[in-house]
Design a protein around this ligand. Structure first.
Ligand SMILES: C[S@@+](CC[C@H](N)C(=O)[O-])C[C@H]1O[C@@H](n2cnc3c(N)ncnc32)[C@H](O)[C@@H]1O
Length: 422
């Protein structure tokens, strides 16, 4: 039997499938979303192996109106998708969206994710975006997902951040006290608008994160001030929950946006020494205590201990083949901009849009050899030769420059290395 909170969520999303994005909008421009939902990117972060998405089986649990599903389909060419949501209407909208964009290798179910084992399937990759924090018992949800995850599969999910979203949680409590959660959505939304418009100043509205443009839309109202079952978490909560579900953390999906070094003009030596003593999770916790700017704690998880990542050696690099992350290589806008910088010898800023992580500036003279990655996977030694010819450098200097750039780009998953036969 579904709990009363599950039933109210089902009813909410029957009425307002989320998010309210037009069916015809393409997901191909959503580069940051494509990065977050790419199986190849997640597997590379997990094991440093380049695993193609072709032929993989991917689950989207809590698909909503199918915007996430569309990005998943676009980020993972050749994969078969299985999709479920509590709300049958959300599943119908997802089906319409996918069909409109030509994706047919999809199986759709109006199903509670707690019943997923009924499908008798095991997945290579599971994505559930903006769902886990809505469950009465997120750990029980993680346990079910673990049972349908292949031994070397990856789960990508996220939790609302307790501090970043603190104002919204307070307002939810205030509007609950006023009985607004019991009213039909249009009426409750209008009362929130009236409440905000009558606050004494713009400062007061801004402090409550009011934005009249965004909240013209009832779906956005229901996703924030009037969202039932919403909960906030911190990194130690995530670590406890994964432990209870017997899952291991690969890393945060936007790991480099949680780097304490981002917070300082120059980090004092004593602080660097102390932070180096902390585990990666405690470093992330330190970051969120100082500067909680991320709405979501977005993470990749795996069966515990199923992977260990060793950094590549110079020999691995020099004997290997390097390629652009397929999310970039398949993106027409990126190809155009990168190609233009290559042709015209311009500086190029590498970054995942919407992210401060990995903003690497590539100088025009380095584009002369890096640009050839647009042709496809390239032996690193060929890039060294190209750098050598273009810049008339000593061979050792060319090699050093190429490896410095490639390792920097690889750290942020812009490029991937196949070290070749061992
Ligand atoms: C905030 S929406 C997110 C939609 C989509 N994942 C996205 O990010 O665009 C949450 C969705 O999770 C679904 N959901 C909540 N609890 C669920 C459960 N136990 N099983 C399946 N779906 C669930 C809701 O019906 C709703 O469509």
């Amino acid at each position: 039997m579904a709990s009363s909170s599950t039933e109210s969520l089902r009813q909410l999303y029957e009425e307002l499938p989320y998010p309210n994005v037009p069916i015809s909008t393409s997901g191909r421009g959503a580069l940051d979303g494509l990065y977050r939902m790419s199986l190849t990117t997640a597997q590379y972060a997990r094991t440093r192996a380049i695993v193609p998405s072709e032929g993989s089986l991917i689950l989207n649990a809590g698909c909503g109106s199918g915007w996430e599903t569309l990005i998943l389909a676009e980020a993972n060419p050749g994969a078969r998708l299985v999709v479920c949501d509590l709300s049958a209407e959300s599943v119908r909208v997802t089906e319409r969206r996918l069909r409109y964009h030509g994706f047919v290798n999809v199986e759709l179910h109006a199903l509670n994710l707690f019943d997923l084992e009924q499908l008798g399937l095991q997945f290579d990759f599971i994505s559930l975006n903006d769902v886990l924090y809505l469950l009465d018992d997120p750990v029980a949800g993680l346990k079910v997902l673990k049972r349908v995850l292949k031994p070397d599969g990856i789960l990508r999910a996220n939790l609302h951040h307790a501090y970043q979203r603190e104002v919204i949680f307070r307002m939810q409590k205030a509007f609950q006290l006023l009985g607004l959660f019991e009213l039909p959505t249009p009426e409750a939304s209008n009362l929130v608008r009236e409440f905000m418009n009558n606050l004494v100043s713009d400062e007061a509205r801004a402090a409550l994160r009011w934005n009249p443009e965004i909240y013209k839309d009832d779906t956005n109202m229901r996703a924030n001030y009037l969202l039932p079952s919403d909960k906030g978490f911190l990194i130690p909560d995530l670590m406890r929950m994964l432990k209870e579900a017997e899952l291991g953390l690969v890393c945060l999906v936007d790991y480099s946006d949680w780097d304490p070094a981002l917070l300082f003009k120059e980090m004092p030596e004593w602080l660097k020494t102390e932070l180096d003593k902390l585990s990666p999770a405690d470093q992330n916790h330190f970051y969120e205590l100082i500067y909680p700017n991320h709405r979501l704690i977005d993470f990749w998880a795996e069966h515990p201990g199923s992977s260990i990542v060793f950094p590549w050696s110079d020999t691995d690099w020099l004997g290997g083949t390097v390629q652009l992350n397929p999310v970039l290589a398949d993106n027409p806008e990126f190809r155009q901009n990168f190609g233009k910088a290559y042709e015209k010898k311009l500086e190029f800023a590498m970054n995942w849009p919407g992210a401060s992580r990995g903003r690497l500036k590539i100088l025009p003279e380095q584009m002369t050899w890096l640009g050839s990655l647009l042709q496809g996977p390239t032996p690193v030694i060929t890039l060294v030769e190209q750098a050598n010819q273009a810049k008339k450098l000593e061979p050792e200097t060319a090699q050093e420059q190429v490896l410095t750039y490639l390792t920097g780009l690889e750290e942020f998953l812009f490029v991937m290395l196949d070290p070749g036969a061992k």
